[in-house]
Design a protein around this ligand. Structure first.
Ligand SMILES: O=P(O)(O)OC[C@H]1O[C@](O)(CO)[C@@H](O)[C@@H]1O
Length: 472
């Protein structure tokens, strides 16, 4: 029976304040003085959203209205197929993966069907590594598999290549019924995937206009996969809506969680903290750190400001996992360059616990663990690391999730999306585009022989003539 607690997540920014207060020239008043900029940021966002750009609230409400369609399809296919495979990359893969890992059994795919509600196994193919892709196709029975091709643009080479291989395989294995094994999630009007989907009669879901990949988890991009794998998508959206409302309706940097995190991020970035470490203390949130990395990096790493001036802004996101990375990265965080701000994400109540057995015959060095639980050990380690970083004068803050459930995850997604949007405004850049990836894409088209890219191909071949390499 799912717990119906609807507690809000908490932002504990003591670690930031203490460290910032120890720096010359910082005061709470300085943080407060950002309020005017944040208010302007909010107004600017709302104006642009009214004019048709991404609008979190509108999006969530319209998704709520579409849930019955998504759930109906999900229920129909989940008992029909043994496997459900997402083909996508970036925002079209990281969100579905993060939410699945956060909310489903950690070993979901290994469970016998009855223990996963007779729902299909779930795979996300977010790369074009030929070995992994071949091995996936060797391992799955295509006739028992549903493939979800996800691409906002409908043009992404990696996803299109995967799709063409899968379509070919399905045609060979399933004959005329191959189209029943493909569901497409793409734009309503644009892209090359759409006409193929229409002509070949695939089931189709729409990514609303104005929503870029990294902001699309709470659209059919993520909701379909979640619904097929048994996640409570209603609660996910409820949590997101609750956070959206909290942020949208709360004035004041010390009461608005996204404004506070963005303002602190700006202040720390201005003080040379060029790295933002996202460190959840829950294995279920490991891929949430990947999702966050794309959100923060692609949204905020920009060459030009809104007036076209060269600014080169952005903070490099780093993924870490507590407690695992205490034994690999924390040494650097404590004693290396003071260029990081660390966000711990802590779950206050885990859905499972494990007691450590008591054995009085053991030496005290390990006997002290007996009678405690793994959760207690994990929380103690997090607190101790937080304290150690405080002693080292390092900046950190903490997001506390009451539980790792759909409601909290919905809140977390929206918190981070809003924070990114505010940070974009504070940096005076467009957080919703990604022009820096175009050059690489065009180069790929050129090298793969796409018509119209001959000059670029020549340019790259010329570049390739001078090499400095070592081959013993
Ligand atoms: O969903 P699409 O259009 O295939 O894009 C995939 C990813 O590629 C990017 O456009 C970057 O190349 C990301 O912003 C996006 O999440």
């Amino acid at each position: 029976m799912e717990d119906r607690v609807r507690a809000r997540i908490t932002i504990d920014f003591t670690g930031m304040m203490e460290s910032l207060q120890n720096q010359n020239g910082f005061s709470e008043a300085k943080l407060q003085s950002l309020q005017k900029v944040l208010d302007e940021a909010q107004t600017a966002l709302l104006i642009r959203w009214k004019a048709g750009e991404i609008d979190f609230s509108k999006l969530l409400v319209s998704m709520k209205n579409q849930l019955s369609e998504i759930s109906e399809y999900a229920n129909a296919v989940s008992s029909k197929f043994d496997n459900f495979v997402v083909l996508g990359i970036g925002g079209s893969a990281l969100g579905p993966l993060a939410v699945h890992q956060a909310l489903n059994h950690y070993y979901y795919n290994e469970l016998p069907p009855e223990k996963r509600g007779h729902r299909p196994r779930f795979y996300v193919m977010d790369n074009i590594d030929p070995v992994r892709f071949s091995e996936l196709l060797q391992m799955l029975d295509p006739s028992k598999t549903l493939f979800n091709v996800i691409s906002k643009s409908g043009n992404t080479s990696e996803t299109m290549a995967q799709f063409l291989i899968v379509r070919d395989t399905l045609r060979r294995v399933c004959g005329d019924s191959y189209a029943e094994h493909i569901v497409v999630t793409t734009d309503k009007e644009k892209g090359n995937l759409l006409p193929i989907a229409l002509t070949e009669g695939y089931q189709r879901f729409v990514i609303p206009a104005g929503i870029g990949g990294r902001f699309s988890e709470l659209t059919p991009v993520g909701l379909l996969a979640a619904a097929i794998c048994g996640i409570d998508v209603h609660r996910l959206l409820e949590g997101a809506l609750e956070m959206d409302q909290w942020i949208r309706e709360t004035q004041g940097v010390f009461s608005n969680p996204a404004q506070l995190r963005a303002a602190l991020a700006l202040l720390s970035w201005q003080k040379g903290k060029n790295i933002s470490v996202f460190m959840p203390y829950a294995d279920g949130l490991k891929t949430m750190a990947d999702w966050y990395a794309q959100l923060w990096a692609e949204s905020l790493g920009k060459r030009y400001d809104r007036q076209g001036r060269v600014v080169h802004v952005g903070q490099t996101p780093v993924k870490a996992l507590g407690v695992t990375d205490q034994h690999s990265q924390v040494q650097l965080y404590a004693e290396g360059p003071d260029d990081k701000v660390i966000t711990f994400v802590v779950v206050e109540k885990f859905k499972e616990t494990q007691e450590i057995p008591i054995d009085m015959k053991l030496p005290e060095d390990i006997r002290f663990l007996g009678g405690k639980t793994l959760d207690e050990l994990l929380w103690a380690e997090q607190k101790a690391t937080e304290y150690a970083l405080t002693l080292a004068g390092r900046q950190h803050q903490k997001i506390l999730l009451p539980r790792l459930d759909a409601y909290s995850v919905g809140q977390l997604l929206l918190l981070l999306e809003w924070e990114t949007a505010y940070m974009g405004e504070l940096l005076n850049i467009n957080a919703f585009d990604q022009p820096g990836v175009e050059e690489g894409k065009n180069g790929t088209y050129a090298l793969m022989g796409r018509n119209g890219y001959e000059a670029k191909k020549h340019e790259i071949e010329e570049y390739g003539k001078t090499r400095y390499s070592l081959n013993g």
